[in-house]
Ligand binder design. Structure first.
Ligand code: IDC
Length: 456
């Protein structure tokens, strides 16, 4: 036997195949699965499946597991292609998550039907290997401080947003509604709730330019925005200053106003670590070259006063990277804004924008730094039914790609995208569950989970 081995080894060396017989030949494999039931109701449930690759990087993967009984069925799944035969469930990677580096995770989920109790599935395997692993590592600092303390000054690193330790981070937070209409929603109590109960990292300050916004009182709106920047900072949150252009859709219509506004807020806030600038909410009915030209005139104004802050540029088709106009990210990749430390905005409304948009985002995320500065759980009108499955698919994808987001809206507007029930901002209670809408409850659940920002 020994002889045979020696012979084989010699043979291998001669053929230059030592590695094929050495320990390196055995690809390291292993995985960990975290299965969570997010919600359950009569006859159904929704579950999340986070699978972490603990072995060598894989390109293309299949996750299998066994439902405890065949009456428990996947009815709709996301972030993978799902199938079920008897009790055996299969989830195959989709384009945007087929590559899993060592330690990387894919977040999948599904809605299921249920006949009896809801015991956990068993026998999880990734590419045929049992998922028995644990990721180990140091336990996170029990008191990492506020998001602002943990991350400090932000900058763009490759396609990511990075913190003071030069490590990628994802900020999760909420957008105000138009501050000209819902000012009453942004006082000390509501921002305390956002920081303390929601544990949000980010407040987006939506300053409309038209519709009774900035153009009617530039000094007044500039000072309101600055006040909100300070309130966010005092609570350890980042502030995203959104120059909320919408109608007309060509940001150049507001070029002079943008220059005046950003020169002022950038000078006033240059020393702060918590400010991010979003220079045009949703360009629409306008070409990418026109948006790029606007950006290349506004960004230098910001840089002159505040050289190192992150700036976010809206994209074509209501910040859809052009998808809503039949285009895609190629126009930006092929002709990027001539500036550094910038990101591009991507917006979606979960009930209106689904797989085609997710596919574009997944592909674009490895080519462009992206920030979801606004999204809704409902239709693009801001109303209609909450789409839980699509919202969950989106948020799982954003978590996986470490893309920051702000949800429309932290307000009590009489529309289903609002987080609070109408009338909430007239009272002082932003904390009890009774004041939340369905959308608010879902978002608060997602945003309040621990951040575990990298600390070194
Ligand atoms: C909507 C508001 C609604 C308001 C309307 C026009 O929810 O109350 O009447 O704007 O100002 C966007 C925009 C955002 C929209 C939102 C929902 O950025 O201003 O808010 N939406 O329609 N893009 C896609 C959807």
């Amino acid at each position: 036997m020994k002889r045979l081995f020696a012979l084989l080894a010699t043979f291998a060396t001669v053929l230059g195949l030592t590695a094929a017989f050495g320990p390196q030949a055995v690809a390291a494999a292993g995985c960990k699965v975290e299965y969570t039931v997010a919600s359950q109701w009569q006859g159904g449930f929704q579950a999340g499946v986070k699978v972490t690759n603990l072995g060598d990087p894989v390109t293309g993967w299949t996750l299998r597991f066994a439902m405890p009984d065949a009456g428990q069925r996947v009815t709709q799944g996301w972030n993978a292609t799902w199938s079920q035969s008897g009790s055996a469930v299969t989830a195959v990677a989709v384009d945007w998550n087929r590559t899993l580096a060592t330690g990387a995770a894919a977040d999948l989920g599904f809605s299921g039907s249920l006949t009896g109790a809801n015991p956990k599935p068993t026998a999880f395997t990734l590419n045929g290997v049992a998922c028995t692993g644990s990721t180990g590592g140091p336990t996170p600092d029990p008191d990492p401080g506020t998001p602002l303390e943990a991350n400090g000054s932000l900058h763009v690193c490759g396609v990511n947003l990075c913190n003071q330790h030069d490590r990628p981070v994802q900020l999760r937070g909420m957008s105000t509604h138009g501050i000209q209409w819902f000012g009453a929603c942004y006082g000390a109590a509501s921002l305390d709730a956002l920081a303390d109960d929601w544990k949000a990292d980010l407040l987006r300050i939506a300053m409309y330019v038209q519709e009774d916004g900035y153009e009617t009182d530039p000094a007044g709106f500039t000072s309101r925005v600055n006040g909100l920047v300070d309130m966010a900072e005092a609570r350890g949150m980042y502030a995203l200053i959104d120059f909320h252009t919408l109608t007309p859709g060509d940001p150049n219509f507001n070029l002079d106003r943008a220059k005046t506004f950003f020169a002022s807020v950038a000078a006033r806030n240059a020393q702060k670590k918590n400010v991010i600038y979003e220079i045009a909410n949703e360009p629409n009915g306008v070409s990418w070259p026109a948006i790029k030209s606007y950006a290349e005139q506004v960004i230098p104004v910001i840089r002159a006063a505040d050289p190192d802050a992150v700036v976010i540029v809206g994209t074509r088709g209501w910040s859809s990277l052009g998808v809503s106009d039949g285009s895609n990210e190629n126009e930006v990749v092929g002709s990027p804004v001539n500036a550094t430390n910038i990101m591009y905005a991507f917006h979606f409304y979960a009930a209106s924008h689904k797989d085609a948009y997710r596919t574009t985002l997944g592909r674009a995320a490895s080519r462009l730094p992206l920030f979801v500065t606004e999204f809704g759980t409902v239709s693009a009108t801001g109303g209609g039914a909450l789409d839980v499955a699509s919202t969950t698919a989106w948020l799982d994808l954003l978590d996986q790609l470490k893309i920051s987001y702000a949800n429309w809206t932290y307000s009590d507007a009489p529309e289903s995208s609002a987080a609070f029930r109408p009338g909430t901002c007239g009272g002082g209670d932003y904390s009890s569950s009774g004041v939340l809408t369905e959308s608010g409850a879902l978002l608060k659940n997602r945003i309040s989970t621990p951040d575990s920002f990298p600390t070194s």
